[in-house]
Design a protein around this ligand. Structure first.
Ligand SMILES: [Fe+2]
Length: 363
């Protein structure tokens, strides 16, 4: 292991300790093989030195080659060209199909619910994405993909795993959150397919009918031999701490803490997804809403950990502002998480000081 200046990092170097920002947020995990995206992330966090292994490992040649084609491409455009992203996208789509089949077999009582077996692909996807530091990079760039229930379940599970890791929960609790995220909408296999697969916005009547998925899901698993917290995730993932959720309008600590993790992951995932009847909501709009209204509705520990870390995952991303200009996020202000500093050309635009400006989308 050796200490290397950030300016001397090279693709192929292997990170030998988790890398945290000065305010203790995870940037890259131990064992990550650096490529130019990873190096850019470390530089963007203004870190000086990091520990790497003595031996380098090969980086996928095609990844680096494609990234060098056009240095003017945004972070997102470059990521989408990488072999690792293309592979991740293919695998998550394949696993979404398999998950649908598994849920149906469980609902028909053809096979027992084996939580370890069901969540195994999530852990593979997690590693393939580059751990908790890479999951959001992947998910942010999958947003024009399918909005099927099963893709949503996989995404929520990956977010729950990452969020529980950020919260530094015990490994066993992280596993329960991952399983809870994967299974939270299992009740949808028991709902009329026309309703679940409807591509237009649901009517008020249909929305009410759809709410039954939590009770149907809970009824399906309540006598099964799985952890009660996973059952609670299925039953309580639409409950809100101010009592405005459903099905029982329970409040505060009546809501399982692990279910609270699924709630935040579920809302964020659903809003950032593309729907046929609406474009995805910009993550910074969601972060601003969470900052303004989140404390009443969500577990304070869960929402604060989520916000402060998720913003971090956008460092080095290019964004479009409401004045038509675009630039790269270079600094996140911990007091105004939805208003980072953007480098537009040679100018630094601090959105916390320019309240008339806001981020419209990640490009
Ligand atoms: Fe749900």
């Amino acid at each position: 292991m050796k200490l290397v200046s950030v300016n001397k990092l090279e693709p192929g170097m292997v990170v030998s300790e988790n890398i945290y920002t000065l305010d203790d947020r995870l940037v890259l995990t131990k064992g990550t093989v650096l490529d130019s995206n990873g190096i850019e992330k470390i530089k963007a966090h203004s870190l000086y030195n990091i520990f790497v292994e003595n031996e380098k490992k090969p980086v996928a040649a095609s990844t680096e080659k494609k990234e060098k084609v056009d240095p003017n491409l945004s972070y997102s455009q470059r990521l989408k060209n990488t072999e690792s992203f293309i592979r991740f996208k293919q695998h998550i789509e394949e696993n979404a199909e398999k998950l649908e089949e598994s849920f149906r077999l469980i609902a028909n009582e053809s096979v027992p619910l084996d939580v370890d077996k069901l969540t195994e692909p999530v852990y593979h996807l997690f590693v393939e994405a580059g751990g908790s530091a890479g999951v959001f990079d992947m998910l942010h760039n999958l947003r024009d993909s399918s909005d099927a229930v099963y893709m949503h379940s996989l995404n929520v599970s990956l977010i729950c795993n990452t969020l529980a890791t950020w919260m530094r929960l015990p490994t066993e609790t992280i596993q329960i959150a991952t399983a809870g995220g994967l299974l939270h909408d299992i009740g949808k296999v028991l709902m009329p397919p026309d309703l679940v697969n409807k591509t237009e916005a649901l009517t008020e009547y249909e929305q009410k009918a759809m709410r039954e998925h939590v009770i149907k899901g809970y009824d399906l698993v309540k006598n099964m031999d799985i952890d009660q917290r996973i059952k609670n995730c299925i039953l309580m993932h639409h409950e809100m701490r101010d009592g405005s959720g459903y099905p029982f309008h329970i409040k505060n600590d009546q809501i399982d803490e692990v279910a609270s993790i699924v709630t935040v992951a579920n809302v964020y995932e659903a809003l950032t997804a593309t729907r046929t009847y609406r474009a995805p909501v910009c993550p910074f709009t969601i972060i601003a809403n969470f900052e303004d209204n989140g404390i009443d509705k969500y577990s304070p520990n869960v929402i604060m950990t989520f916000l402060s870390n998720v913003v971090n995952t956008f460092i080095a991303n290019r964004v479009l502002l409401n004045n038509g200009q675009s630039g790269d996020i270079i600094f996140v202000n911990p007091d105004h998480l939805s208003r980072p500093t953007i480098k537009v050309g040679d100018q630094f635009v601090d959105l916390s000081q320019n309240r008339n400006l806001s981020i419209v989308s990640i490009i």
